[in-house]
Design a protein around this ligand. Structure first.
Ligand code: BES
Ligand code: MN
Ligand code: ZN
Length: 502
């Protein structure tokens, strides 16, 4: 990954391929953001005019390159837009992360850059560092040698110049490195093609990482799942040549006062099963393990940050495939814990694997359970592709999770669990059906999961089907493909639990 350091050099004085400054949209046109002062001096105070002449406005996402003048040691000046100018020159963390991400992406192929973005406090330092590390991400594991020989490499080195250099700033950079590496770990897992990442290979990756980070990892294979009565995970995985797994990955702190359980949907490929998805709906379904990847990465992050809390991750891993051995619409599954489910649509598989894992997680009496899943197309319809939905069995807990997501810089929105939608899932044969009314499908899925949460346990459900996988052009620090959605929210929740404020 890209290396980030704090430098005491002035922005104009650092030898680098490029120096990055930020600009914004003022009431009377483009203005320079704090950090750009020494570079502006080298332009005789005319940098804003020069950029305006080139057509720059300071809009969010804008990136304008110009040759550096005498007096700037870097070869190139890159101006990135922040959007509307802040009166006090203080920009929000997400604004800085995005602008920094744009800069790192634009400088793909360069070796070293000086980032002279506004970094007056430690939170801004962290935001700029995180944006750069996330923006520089590239997934090249499956490119051929010939393509790699000619490809540009990600920006190798970022020096943050001109800002705070105290202990808090250093800690901010360290936290950014952990968050970025763990989000990029999540992205790598999501982007890995499903013929390479399947339940067993995913479980093996967790086992290896567990050793590296002092985590306790337990893997239930198909035999252990059958013995334990995990009918949901088995029923989804039984059509595949690659059998399912349930992985428990636990971080414990000796002084922890609270335990959080994170449950992740880990469908390594969702074909829909016998209720096969049509072409046009299956091309990106390697992303259906994004929840499990986020949970895994968040547990590793909690360990790397040494948080004073216990965090247990439960990864429900299966491949949803049609075959002669696959679960049929009409089959009844006996879930872990004993409830029976009539499978009316094998494409509503996420709730089946999650139900087993939620019941299992609940047995250990955690202080809260948070599940993360690319669960429904209905949630994408409701909230679009950049916002995840939050549902919960207690409004107060839902609001806390929403606040954590917002503080972490992730777009999220609260969704209800209306009791009237439960009757649509009544089954003439089993305790419940895995499908209900089509309208409000995201909430129906949430209500299904709620049935498997132990009485008295706080539970929240994050439906990340929209933001987990980005199909459009890159923006801010978000690349095409896996995004790392929910990782920061989970880490934020773990930090709040550690601080006793959750
Ligand atoms: N994995 C899909 C949901 C999904 C859709 C994720 C789009 C990412 C992007 C899920 O398993 C699914 O197929 N859900 C069905 C449920 C329906 C059959 C009740 C859906 O949303 O159509
Ligand atoms: Mn499905
Ligand atoms: Zn799915």
């Amino acid at each position: 990954m890209t290396a980030v350091s704090l430098s005491t050099s002035a922005a104009n004085a650092l030898r680098a391929d490029a120096v990055v400054v930020a600009v914004a949209k003022g009431p009377k046109g483009l203005v320079l953001a704090p950090g750009a002062e020494t570079v502006d001096e080298a332009f005789d105070g005319k940098l804003a005019d020069v950029l305006s002449t080139l057509g720059a406005t300071g809009a969010e996402g804008e990136a304008v390159k110009l040759p550096a003048p005498v007096g700037v040691k870097a070869g190139l000046v890159l101006a990135v837009g922040l959007g509307d100018a802040a009166e006090d020159g203080a920009y929000g963390a997400e604004t800085l992360r995005r602008a920094s991400g744009v800069a790192a992406r634009t400088l793909h192929g360069s070796k070293k850059a000086a980032f002279a973005l506004p970094t007056a406090d430690a939170a801004s330092v962290e935001a700029v560092a995180l944006g750069a590390l996330l923006g520089a991400y590239a997934f090249t594991a499956f490119r051929g040698e010939a393509a790699m020989a000619t490809a540009k490499a990600p920006l190798a080195e970022v020096s943050l110049v001109g800002g705070k250099r105290d202990k808090a700033a250093k800690a901010g950079v360290e936290r950014a490195v952990v968050l970025a590496e763990e989000m990029n770990r999540t992205r790598d897992l999501i982007n890995t093609p499903p013929n390479d990442l399947f339940p067993k290979s995913f479980a093996d990756i967790v086992t290896v990482a567990g050793k590296e980070h002092g985590l306790k990892v337990e893997v239930l294979d198909e035999k252990a799942l059958a013995k334990g009565g995990y009918g949901g995970i088995l029923g989804v995985g039984v059509g595949s040549a690659r059998p399912p797994r349930l992985v428990k990955v636990a971080y414990t702190h000796p002084k922890a006062k609270q335990t959080l359980a994170f449950v992740g949907k880990g469908i390594t490929y969702d074909s829909g099963g016998i209720s096969l998805k049509p072409a046009g709906h299956n091309e990106t379904m390697k992303c259906d393990m994004s929840g499990a990847a986020a949970v895994f990465a968040a547990v590793v992050a909690a360990s790397r940050l040494g948080l004073q809390v216990n965090v247990t991750g439960w990864l429900a891993l299966a491949e949803n495939m049609p075959s002669g051995s696959a679960t049929r619409p009409g089959d009844v599954l006996k879930m872990y814990g004993g409830k029976t489910v009539e499978v009316l649509n094998t494409d509503a598989e996420g709730r089946l694997v999650l139900a087993d894992a939620i019941v299992r997680a609940g047995e250990e009496k955690p202080d809260a359970i948070v599940d993360v899943a690319t669960l429904t197309g209905a949630m994408v319809m409701a909230l679009g592709t950049r916002t995840f939905g939050i549902m919960a069995n207690e409004d107060e807990f839902r609001d806390k999770v929403l606040a954590a997501a917002t503080a972490a810089g992730e777009q999220a929105w609260p969704m209800p669990l209306p009791a009237d939608l439960r009757k649509g899932m009544e089954s003439p044969t089993a305790d419940i059906a895995n499908m209900g009314e089509r309208m409000g499908g995201g909430l129906v899925a949430g209500l299904f999961l709620q049935e498997f949460v132990a009485e008295g346990t706080a539970w929240a459900h994050l439906d990340i089907a929209g933001p987990a996988f980005h199909e459009g052009s890159p923006f801010g620090y978000t690349p095409k493909g896996g995004t790392g959605s929910a990782v920061r929210t989970l880490v934020q929740l773990a930090e709040q639990a550690a601080a006793g404020t959750l």
